[in-house]
Design a protein around this ligand. Structure first.
Ligand code: ZN
Length: 339
């Protein structure tokens, strides 16, 4: 019980990519880059194990960005001639353009998953972007309909997810930060697209819904959300009725009313007990206290202490210290329960 895990990304070593930024360019290429990515994955797996994290990820060391690196592997998308769009209604980014029917012409992360499986016997989680968040991170000049494009991505994601599971992945997580922004679309087609992406997998399925990385545009957006963040209130009942096994939420330092966890009855809950929007490192006791609060709404067997979101924009030192606090805080509460 109280198996700890992280939402997804971890900082990359400075010899692999420029630290503390999103979309950081690689510093190597070709065979050197491939070797360096594997080296980085080995390091972050070792860091997680040393910190006592139970469910291991690759820290997204092999991708520049959680969405565009996946889209990069698809046909029908033009990466050369980008266009600027506003992502999640918050910040401008130069994104690829959908110019034809999208399809997956090769496995995208399957080799990475195979390699990750060789590094540890612990359960493995692998992150994929969710269909709605993919639609929201590019310019669609072909389908011109968000739902249709999302369903096309869902088919592709499902193909990839099946191969990840065959490669030894135990939990496939879909990242859907867009679920906290487009509330009407979540209800009308977002959940359906997510379920299609996660259909018939011989693994646990998870969805990560957050308030974003700790970057300026997100922090300013959060300031405008008021004293209570109730976005989950409309989404969680839909997810509780869905086929998805695990749902994440932000808890540490957030304005999410904790009782909203109660809307996820029957689901596994990945509760964010580490704030990724500050360099201040939580103490294990603070982590334990947040876990205990969550346990008022979800049994320990179904509670997975987690980070609020990815840690790629943080320094390696801060990230490692937060990992240690996460592992120690979860272990402290487990020890209490065993007494
Ligand atoms: Zn996130």
């Amino acid at each position: 019980m109280l198996e700890s895990t992280i939402a997804g990304s971890l900082p990359k070593p400075p010899w692999l990519a420029y630290p503390e930024q999103l979309w950081a360019p690689w510093r190597l290429e070709g065979a050197e880059l491939a070797t360096a990515k594997n080296d980085a994955v080995r390091l972050v797996v070792a860091d997680q194990i040393e910190a006592g994290i139970d469910i291991i990820t690759d820290g997204e060391q092999t991708r520049r960005h959680f969405v565009t690196s996946f889209i990069d592997g698809l046909a029908g998308v033009d990466f050369e001639h980008r266009t600027t769009v506003k992502i999640r209604q918050r910040y401008d980014a130069a994104v690829p353009r959908v110019v034809n029917d999208v399809s997956r012409t090769r496995p995208i992360y399957v080799e990475d998953a195979r390699y990750l499986r060789t590094l540890t016997d612990r359960p493995l989680k692998f992150q994929l972007p969710g269909p709605m968040t993919m639609v929201d991170t590019l310019a669609d000049e072909h389908y011109r309909d968000r739902e249709t494009l999302a369903m096309a991505f869902a088919e592709i994601l499902n193909d990839e997810a099946r191969e990840l599971v065959a490669a030894g992945i135990d939990i496939v997580q879909f990242d859907e930060p867009a679920f906290n922004v487009y509330m009407d679309e979540v209800a009308s087609w977002g959940i359906t697209a997510l379920e299609r992406a996660a259909a018939n997998l011989d693994a646990k399925t998870a969805v990560h819904i957050c308030y974003g990385y700790g970057i300026t545009a997100n922090i300013e957006w959060k300031h405008g959300l008021g004293g209570q963040w109730r976005q989950y209130e409309s989404t969680f009942p839909l997810l509780a009725a869905s086929s998805i096994d695990q749902v994440s939420l932000e808890l540490a330092n957030s304005h999410v009313p904790i009782e909203l966890i109660g809307l996820l009855e029957g689901k596994d809950v990945m509760a964010g007990v580490i704030d990724v929007a500050t360099d201040r490192v939580e103490t294990p006791e603070e982590v334990a206290s947040t876990i205990r609060r969550a346990m008022e709404y979800v049994p320990a067997e179904r509670l997975f202490p987690c980070t609020n979101c990815g840690m790629v924009p943080l320094s390696s030192e801060v990230s490692r210290a937060k990992l240690a606090a996460l592992g120690a805080g979860a272990a402290a509460v487990r020890a209490e329960l065993a007494m």
